[in-house]
Design a protein around this ligand. Sequence first.
Ligand code: ATP
Length: 296
Amino acid sequence: LIQLYMPLNFFGVVYREIRQALTDIERMFGLLNTQREIVDAPDAQALPTAPISVLFDRVDFAYDPARPILNHVSFEIPAGKTVAAVGHSGAGKSTLARLIYRFYDVTGGQILMNGLDIKKIDQSSLRGGIAIVPQDTVLFNDTLYYNILYGNPLATREQVIAAAKAAHLHEFVETLPDGYDAKVGERGLKLSGGEKQRVAIARALLKNPPILVFDEATSALDSKTEKAIQISMEVAARGRTTLIIAHRLSTVMNADEILVLDAGRIIERGRHAALLAANGVYAQMWALQQQDRDAD
Ligand code: ATP
């Protein structure tokens, strides 16, 4: 019976993983009820092997042809480096993430991975090489252990715990009477926004992809949680080609390049210190955020 049960259980995990992955990503991208018509090219190739550089080459994009969203956006995330996008709500930051994942095709220009146009990359291979930490992670009614495991259903318990430790989640789990076996989700323990995001980081670490997209939650976090997330994000980004969609500038201070987007254009770019010295839009955003912080 055990022999029969094991494979069934395994397929159950895989099935749930796929279903959950789709729900998560669709929620992140707000794509429920939208039509997707991305098809693989007949000669689609596998994603190049890591390390992978991502290049946006004069990318234009519009959801609706009458309303351009991105306008000639060019930047590179060199292999293993971190680029962060900041800017006001609606500037087009999350759209960059949707395009890397190829939920939509660009309307002009191209996105290249190690020189290969993503339109020529097999979609499952492309998406298998990217982990997304969404703004709002969906947890299902199962144990915390399972919720992390779904990043890679074939991982061992040691690997799950190592990922939780790297995501700074382990200490929290140890405070729970049932530890990793605690039930979470709607019918279980309610996790805070920061804890959920750390579950998502642990999943991403377990998936171990060459490309990481981090969509930072907009909701305010207390400074201790924010620090914990920031550290776990930095651990996750180490050695991976990472795009951060940032809402809090503290997250982007160490990025290799920061892009300031406004109405679909890059209006400023550079590292944190250089952008502050330039005394432009980024410096203003930074000053405003410091004021908010001091007011708290
Ligand atoms: P935020 O900081 O609020 O998350 P953002 O900079 O990430 O904003 P995007 O989500 O990239 O902004 O959206 C850019 C613009 O595209 C917005 O004006 C938005 O209304 C529009 N948009 C986003 N998704 C769609 C969609 N599926 N269909 C049509 N327009 C969309």
